[in-house]
Each structure stands twice: as C-alpha cells, then as structure tokens.
Ligand binder design. Sequence first.
Ligand SMILES: NC(=O)NCCC(=O)O
Ligand SMILES: [Zn+2]
Ligand SMILES: [Zn+2]
Length: 511
Amino acid sequence: ESNQFCDSGIGYGDSTSGNEFGSSNSKLLIKGGTVVNANHKQIADVYVEDGIILAVNPNIRVGDEVTVIDATGKFVMPGGIDPHTHLEFEFMGTETVDDFFSGQAAALAGGTTMHIDFVIPHNGNLTAGFEAYEKKAKKSCMDYGFHMAITKWDEAVSREMELMVKDKGINSFKFFMAYKGSLMINDELLLQGFKKCKSLGALAMVHAENGDAVHEGQNRMTELGITGPEGHSLSRPAVLEGEATARAIRLAEFVNTPLYVVHVMSIDALEEIAKARNSGQRVIGEPVVSGLVLDESWLWHPDFETAAKYVMSPPIRKRGHDKALQAALSTGVLQLVGTDHCAFNSTQKAFGIEDFRKIPNGVNGIEERMHLVWDTLVESGQISVTDYVRLTSTECARIFNIYPRKGAILPGSDADIIILNPNSSFEITSKSHHSRLDTNVYEGRRGKGKVEVTIAGGKVVWENNEVKVTPGVGRYIEMAPFNYLFDGLDKKDAIYLNSLQAPVKRQKYTT
Ligand SMILES: NC(=O)NCCC(=O)O
Ligand SMILES: [Zn+2]
Ligand SMILES: [Zn+2]
C-alpha cells in the first residue's frame, strides 16, 4: 500500500507552514455519517474548526473554503484513547523500539488519537522520571497523558506524589505487585501508596500478580529444565493473578479508595473484580487486546522467535479466558480496553533464547486495538456500536477526568474523530504496520470494519492508507484528580467513623 513517504510508511507534515497535523484543512465538515457517542447515535454532520468540534447537526451548510468528507454509510466516532502504553520504555535491560513518534503514528493509523503512558521514576525519584518522559514525549504527533509508577516508599516519594497531582497533571499511580528485584513493591508500600492516592484524589492502579510466587514458579521451571517461552506461562499461572487481584481489592476496600486493575488477563482476576463490584466496591478492570483475542498456545510454538513474541505479563492465558474477558466487557464487569503496547523486536526477544526469564516482556497492539475490538465484539454481536465507543474511548476519558474534552463528539470537544467503514475490511501484517517492530502478534489476522480516516486535533492524519504526521505537535493533556469514582467516598468514611463505638471504659486493673 502506501509506503511512499519513508521506509516506515509514515509521511511527515510541514510544521513550518502551520499545517501541523499534515493536512491544510483547519475547517472540516464530515457529512452524512452515523455519529456515535457512548450513549447515543444519530445521522448527522460534524463541523470542525481549529481543532474543536463546533456543531453536530443534520444538514450543516458551509462555504467553499471548508473541506468536506463524505461519511455516508459509515460510523463517525470519537478517536480511540489507549489507557495503557509503554513507549520508549527502559525495561529488562533494553528499551522498547517504539518511541513517542513511531508508536503514536502507528496509533493514528489504527484510529487511536490519544494514549496514556507510564512514567517510570528514576531511581525512585518521581520528578526525575517525569522530566525524562517530558523529553521523550517532545516528538509526539498526537495528544498524550501520563500515569506514574511508584517503585519505592519514603517521605520524599509521598511529597512528590502530591507535586505530580497538583502541578504536573498526573491523576493515577501504578503499583507493580510483580517483577521482583526491579519494579515490585510490597504490601506495606501498597497500603501507604493507596492511602496517599486517596488523600490526593488520584486513582491507584495495580499490576496484579504475586511476584514472590512468580519468582518461586520461575525457579521451579528452571529446576525442571524448562527454559523456553512456555516456561513463562507455566511459572506464573492464573491463580497468582487472582490472588494479587483479590489482595489489592481488599486493601483498596480497607483504605476505601477506588482501584484500577490493569491488564486483566484471566477468569481468576475478573471473578474477583466482579465480586467486588457486586458488593458496591469501586473497582475498574482493564483487559488488553492480547488477552481478548489470543491464547497461550503460541508460547509452545516450536520456533523460538514466534513463541517469544507472545511473552508478556501477566501471561496470555489458555483458550476460554479470552472468551470470558470478552463476555465481561459486554456485561459491564470490565469497563475499557487497553493494549499494554510494549514493543520489543526479535533481536531483543532473543536475549532469552537460553532462559525465558530474560525474554523482555511485552507485545504490540496500539495500532490494532480499534480494529480487533470492533471485529471481535461488534461484528460478533456481543456489544453495540455505542458500547464500542464507551469501551475504546469514552470510559477512559471519564476515568482519567478528561471527558468531554476527549471521548465525545460534542460541540466543544477536541476534534479527535475516526470514520469507520463497517463494510470494509482490515488485514494485519508487520509488512505494512507503522510500528518499528519487525514482528506482530496479530500477524495475518483479517477482519471486518476499517478505520478509513483519522482526524487528530482537527487535522486529517490518516486517509487513503497514508499516515501524515508531524513530530512535536502532540500536546500533553493534564488530568485533574477526583474523578467520578471519588464522588461520595467521604460519606462512606463518615458512616464508618460514626459506626465505631466509643472506646470501652474499663475499671483500672488491679492485681
Ligand atoms: N506487560 C508486559 O509484559 N510489559 C509491560 C510492563 C507491564 O505493564 O507490566
Ligand atoms: Zn503491568
Ligand atoms: Zn503495561
């Protein structure tokens, strides 16, 4: 198809002409499509000026200076927001191949117009980590936000969390319960971190696996002589994800703070989330595309390169978990879909050729998510088109407090828009994808529904199978604390305090 601009297939816009997102159209009319929001759909036109949606109405008339895009028979929806990515991430002795430019160009080609990446503190220092990620993100070609990981605990970290929330636009912190010896924290830290999150109105996020038990499982596999990629799956079974999910949920309940469980990969974990939500606890569950559409059999593939590309944590599970995760999205047990895009090429994956513990963990997905969710869930009739918008965009915007600026096609919202043709089809291959990866875990997959146009910040950045983007035009989106999950939590605290009886008055004890 269109690899005419450079070898990655990414065309560069002209930043000197003010034509920043690659197309000259600062005034756009998207005509005759079915405009879909999370709670409503209607046939309407969408008028955009200078990056903002100004009107959504049937039969909008415009002058000749306006670029008109015909969307008849197609869906006009908010651009996808990926809540979980790792661009330019230093991990397991190497760095992901997609940076804030290539990863975002890939995202735009797949209909995602914003992502939230994880800042990793520098030797535990949050400010240093934030500044490093600010630098990495300077080449951004689409809007982005940050979560922040917490990897150690002391007074300085506690103060810096406050600084991040009050001055830097971060409203979520991730705690790794796995990766012993590197990112993993213990229960004491988890508890302190949850308390701090609650006081700041920041959302606590967990990578839920029992890291001590995973370490034990890895030793067990090594002693048994299982050194290949299948050892990755065997060493960290779903029970360890279920255990950590349950533990995090109970600690969040003890602190009375909302919890977001990232990359939910198993029935074990989703059952814990379902139980907590049924009892009224505010727990959000995020499955990722790999968990929804793949199964672990790839890890047993006789070719190392093929097997190793599926190594991620928690692992991709046995067939059955995928279908259960899909059903949990359609019933509301899980609320939004991410990717955990964390791209390591085959040379990097080969670091673990002798020992699965050294295979860098991570799979791709930032470009594929919107297509695969459509094909898997909408085309199969499991969710409606409005649900699709909610799961891929709106709910993420609500959780991270940027709705309705993002996640909606409404007057006043940012003009981040996709046009999806339900009668067209897509095919995924590393030969034409826009990531810098030399492989793709979805290689060869075809499906129905194709994102034909992506508009980011009011500019057409993907059309006719061409992506045209400019490094440096993506904006950092600050996210305010106290999202909707915090509403009324203080009332629950007050009821709890009132329920405590006065200390029992006892006679002085004499012997
Ligand atoms: N998931 C994974 O394997 N790599 C990225 C780091 C993480 O999210 O745990
Ligand atoms: Zn994780
Ligand atoms: Zn991740």
